[in-house]
Ligand binder design. Structure first.
Ligand SMILES: [Ca+2]
Ligand SMILES: [Ca+2]
Length: 330
């Protein structure tokens, strides 16, 4: 029980894997959980934050452009109507990682609805500290599909493997990017491996999805943003996997024919928290992912979508969602 609660506390905190890491820059021990599958990012954007919104720039979860294959029904829509508008969101869940970890993982899906300049798409950026603990060293490395010869066709979703592409730096990096090469100039377009080799102490402090400034008329979207620890799936609501419901198949929930071992607790139904009103979802039944168990007495409604305002769930340990399914309903 203790172990289960501890695990749940690590993963949960707000509904499924969406909360893995909870936005803390701390330790990557949460990564193990994140690796279980996608992390849903709902309209509050957590664990992302709108770190730089300027002018009429917007960054909102929207289903206007649907989503890429495997990305549910919505995406993060970014708009910058004017040339000085900017829309940037960032998260620090992978803060402290070395650059090499992003080579194999960094990727995102992007869609351009319209743009004054057809080559422009939202960019995938990494805020880095080039020299690690030594003073200074702030820079932003950024990936642009255009600079990588990628397909820029508007009106369709693209998957961009940023990690294996070529990147530019906003700042000089000793031995690699001199003052003439910032912002992709004069050969300042290099694989991450070269940055990693030139700046072995470099650490990544944040992931940024950025649009603007300088992107007038750009109406675009991103989804399935992959990092070393997870893939962020922007959705209006957390997808519900309804047993036997609708057209959504239930590919992953294992059969849980009965509530197996309830090591402690005298009423096999669980609720070992005794006093907790409806809060004790640690019973074996939760192994099915917390979906309604008509026979298990979860009269609290069984819905696990309101992690924080539901006073009855203070145990925090029992709401393990199933491994989030990238595409439960496709
Ligand atoms: Ca530094
Ligand atoms: Ca999505």
């Amino acid at each position: 029980m203790v172990a289960l609660a501890a695990t749940g506390a690590l993963i949960v905190g707000g509904g499924a894997a969406a909360m893995v890491g909870t936005g803390s820059a701390a330790p990557l021990d949460a990564v193990a959980g994140a690796a279980l599958g996608n992390t849903y990012v709902l309209p509050d954007l957590a664990p992302f934050e709108r770190t730089d919104i300027r002018g009429a720039g917007t960054a909102e979860v929207s289903d206007e452009f649907d989503a890429p294959v495997g990305g549910g029904e919505a995406a993060l829509r970014l708009t910058t109507p004017g040339g000085s508008d900017k829309a940037a969101v960032a998260n620090t869940e992978d803060a402290g990682t070395s650059l090499d970890r992003w080579i194999t993982s960094a990727a995102y899906s992007a869609f351009q609805n319209e743009a004054d300049n057809a080559i422009q798409f939202p960019s995938y950026q990494l805020v880095v500290d080039v020299n690690g603990a030594a003073a200074g060293g702030f820079a932003t490395l950024f990936y642009e599909p255009y600079y990588n010869g990628e397909d820029l066709t508007p009106g369709v979703w693209h998957r961009y493997q940023a990690g294996t592409g070529r990147w530019c730096s906003t700042k000089e990096i000793p031995g690699l990017i001199d003052g003439t090469k910032t912002f992709c100039s004069n050969g300042g377009l290099l694989p991450l491996a070269e940055y990693d080799a030139a700046a072995p102490d470099l650490v990544v402090n944040a992931l940024v999805i950025n649009q603007g400034s300088g992107n007038p008329g750009l109406d675009a979207a991103v989804d399935l943003v992959s990092t070393p620890s997870t893939t962020y799936d922007f959705e209006l609501t957390e997808p519900a996997v309804i047993p036997g419901g609708g057209e959504c198949e239930e590919p992953t929930l294992p059969e849980v024919p009965e509530l197996p071992e309830v090591p402690e607790g005298e009423h096999g139904g669980g609720h070992e928290h005794g006093g907790d009103t409806g809060g004790g979802h640690e019973d074996g039944g939760q192994e099915n992912g917390g979906h309604e168990q008509p026979d298990a007495g979860h009269d609290d409604g069984g819905e696990h979508e309101q992690p924080e305002d539901d006073g009855g769930h203070e145990d925090g340990g029992g709401h393990e969602e199933p491994e989030p399914q990238p595409e439960p309903c496709t």
